[in-house]
Design a protein around this ligand. Sequence first.
Ligand code: NAG
Ligand code: NAG
Length: 366
Amino acid sequence: MLTTPWLLLSLAVPLLGSHASFSCPNEKQCQKALLSDNDIFLPCNTSGAQWYFFFLQDKTSWSNKVSSVSNIEIIPEIGILIRNPLPSQTGFYHCRDKDGVQVVQYEIDFQDVSTLHITHKGLGQKPLPNETLSLGGKELIFTQWEPWQDCNRCGEPGERKRLGYCYIEEPLQEPMPCWLYLGHLKLWSSRLQPEMQVEACQVPCKISTLDFVAFDNFEIHEDSGSVWLTCPMGSIYRPILWEVNDIPLTWQGQLSNQDLSTILEPTNGGRQLRVFEPAIYKCFVKQELVACFNPKPFPDVPETLRQREAGPQQESREAWKGKARSILKGLKLLLLVGIVLGLLAQLLKLFHPSQDKRSDQVLLVK
Ligand SMILES: *[C@@H]1O[C@H](CO)[C@@H](O)[C@H](O)[C@H]1NC(C)=O
Ligand SMILES: *[C@@H]1O[C@H](CO)[C@@H](O)[C@H](O)[C@H]1NC(C)=O
């Protein structure tokens, strides 16, 4: 019961567009660098689609069906969802229609997010410089930057990030994502890294379009002294903001070791936050509130989880409900205490009738 909203959310996910997705518009083939460990949706709009893969590293054969891979989910008619892709899943993904005709081919380089090189402009940190590949000496390794993502906050100073992928360029050739270029060659260079760059930003607010907010409780685990919170619609490919008691967390604070009470997980762009203290944690995706995490009041209260329409009224209604619930709990407790006291009084009367009489007698004597 308590996990139902999450379940519904995750089932509806590709339709809601809560997973990052990309498509090759009007193209049958496209090449793309992405990051490992971050879910991605590959569309193929055809009925009875058949998916095949070819992983460069293992030189697998083309006859491999995607359905044999545990972290790939086929969503009929619309595409595939790859959960936590591995760098070793770099390769070709082929979608054919029911007659076996190719609809689209994706050539994907899942670059290893554990080697993500993070820099912040505000801290004067520089991205990686260009380098030549040690093999032939003619190939250039460089970072191909994606556009800046939107600012993660509006109306007030925020931050924005952009992802940069490792590319290799040969003279007079189109650059290629590094591991698609290298294929099964096991070459190691410290320059072969994806990047993330962060900078400060400030933009005006637009009208909200999102229509639900998830509410969840959390508890700090006794053994680790912390807990991971996950922002439901968050992705490294989208702007994310976390607030602690309404104070925003920044990459600048984390990268300069100022925010020590929380940790934004770098490998998923801050989709997950590690917290050590009870507080109200809120997360925003594309500047809109998507989830609110409250500390659990009592260890034995069952987890409550609700999906509510967004907006301050709903939030205050939620808070009011919480208050009403605790008042009701208090009243029940009072009633119980009253009943117990009443019973006790009756019992006392039953077993010590003489005391009452004695006191009467004393009174009479006086
Ligand atoms: C899939 O293709 C059909 C027909 O080409 C189109 O009507 C439909 O909108 C497409 N669906 C999506 C999700 O793109
Ligand atoms: C690095 O190489 C890329 C691709 O050739 C080029 O666009 C970029 O300007 C280079 N950067 C520097 C700092 O030389």
